[in-house]
Design a protein around this ligand. Structure first.
Ligand code: AMP
Length: 439
């Protein structure tokens, strides 16, 4: 099946073929015709499925087909949890809409607000935004949402996890009643269902790639290794496998910094990306990584959310995540849109329980392989997982997540100080960016 049969205009098809896409992905096949019909949509699709084009292409088409009531006010609003994701969606809107005359812009926190105000003043049709900064603009009366015809909530589950529910509700109250609503979420729970029930009018439903299943093309492997030797093993794997572009996950910001530094000392170019870095530093690190100047990008879970790097071949879990679903999100960074990918986890004795939880979620064991010379020392006892120091609720555990219905690991999350349940901790408010989670 080609894109031609989906009902998209010649200008959009041209842009799609310039992207090199020959065939629509399953979510695109299903969602595009429904959105073009004007239906509300509840879509279960995780990143890597091509969901962004799935809503962006028909959205562009609908807006370009009908005249807007106002030349200046946004006609479509895409809400998204993180700055990186917002930036990426913005890039996609630009790319797919390059032969149309619609204007788009992206607004998120952590950067100056004035250039955003200027752009909004000049008029935009499509606005991609994180909730906090969006509301800042509304508060300053630099943004009027009264002409929004189409609303997209992207990665709705993540937005709820990050404590954005109140901001989302505030935004909804500012929109015209009559509009088309599209809700995309990788997972469902009762909070998402409630949100969907209140938001969507007789929605069509689309579900691709079963929830919580890992992309089939990603080959997964566990290397058991002692904690103290993980860095050495990682350097060896990168060198031996001649890996050129590797995304490495650590649990904490501090751990990310330290690992990037140590890899640098091993002669492997590396940069860390997390919420304590300025937006400029994050953008620079990502650009360097995409261009191949930086071989290893070390990231925390939240920072990596929304990173879309073409053909990312290697993902390494330097430390397993505390929340099993994050494993699925992490390895979703590779094997994207049908490409092959490899996800490797370095697992020490402390992490066996986390590994079991992940395998339970995947409903299958992950093949394990001891690397010669890196055999774990069986006399080393398991210790409680150390969380990041210096962060308000003790680092990157389940802080702020209980709203998202994700399982909590009482044994790890508690007993280390803090209750890990600061709702709203991950807001993207201008000027006050620091998340209490190690993002
Ligand atoms: P997403 O799930 O929206 O984050 O998209 C994942 C990746 O798939 C992005 O790099 C897109 O550029 C790419 N992509 C989207 N649609 C297609 C398609 N029909 N064919 C090939 N790649 C695609």
């Amino acid at each position: 099946m080609s894109f031609d049969s989906l009902g998209l205009s010649a200008e959009i098809l041209r842009a799609v073929s310039e992207q090199g896409y020959s065939e629509p992905t399953p979510v695109q096949k299903q969602a595009i015709p429904l959105i073009l019909e004007g239906r509300d949509l509840l879509a279960g699709a995780q990143t890597g499925t091509g969901k962004t084009a799935g809503f962006t292409l028909p959205l562009l088409q609908l807006l370009s087909q009908r005249p807007g009531k106002s030349a200046r006010k946004p006609r479509a609003l895409v809400l998204t949890p993180t700055r990186e994701l917002a930036a990426q969606i913005g890039e996609n809107v630009e790319a797919y809409g390059r032969h149309l005359s619609l204007k788009s812009t992206v607004i998120f926190g952590g950067v100056k607000i004035n250039p955003q105000i200027d752009r909004l003043r000049r008029g935009v049709d499509i606005l991609v935004a994180t909730p906090g900064r969006l509301l800042d603009h509304v508060g300053q009366k630099t943004l009027d949402l009264s002409a929004v015809e189409i609303l997209v909530l992207d990665e709705a589950d993540r937005m709820l996890d990050m404590g954005f529910i109140h901001d989302i509700k505030k935004v909804l109250a500012l929109l015209p009643r009559k509009r088309q609503n599209l809700l995309f979420s990788a997972t469902y729970n009762s909070t998402i269902r409630q949100l969907a029930d209140g938001l969507l009018d007789n929605p069509a439903q689309v579900e691709v790639a079963q929830r919580n299943t890992t992309a089939e093309r990603v080959s997964q492997r566990v290397h058991p290794v002692d904690k103290a030797r993980k860095r050495e093993l990682l350097s060896w794997l990168i060198g031996d496998g001649e890996w050129r572009q590797v995304l490495v996950f650590t649990r904490t910001k501090h751990g990310a910094n330290r690992l990037a530094e140590q890899l640098g000392k091993d002669g492997i170019s590396a940069a860390a990306i997390h919420g304590n870095k300025s937006q400029g530093a994050r953008t620079k690190a990502l650009a360097g990584f995409k261009q191949g100047d930086i071989r290893v990008l070390v990231a925390t879970d939240i920072a990596a959310r929304g990173l879309d790097i073409d053909q990312l071949p290697h993902v390494v879990n330097y430390e397993l995540p505390n929340v099993p679903e994050d494993y699925v999100h992490r390895i979703g960074r590779t094997g994207r849109a049908g490409r092959e990918g490899e996800a490797v986890s370095l697992v020490c004795v402390d992490e066996h329980k986390l590994l079991r939880d992940i395998e339970k979620l995947l409903k299958k064991p992950i093949p394990s392989q001891v690397i010669e010379g890196f055999e774990p020392d069986p006399s080393i006892p398991a210790e409680p997982i150390q969380m990041g120091r210096g962060s308000r609720n003790g680092g990157q555990r389940n802080g702020g997540r209980n709203g998202g219905g994700r399982p909590r690991h009482a044994g790890q999350a508690r007993g280390q100080g803090g209750n890990g349940s600061r709702k709203g901790a991950g807001r993207e408010r201008g000027g006050n960016q620091r998340r209490s989670r190690a993002a």
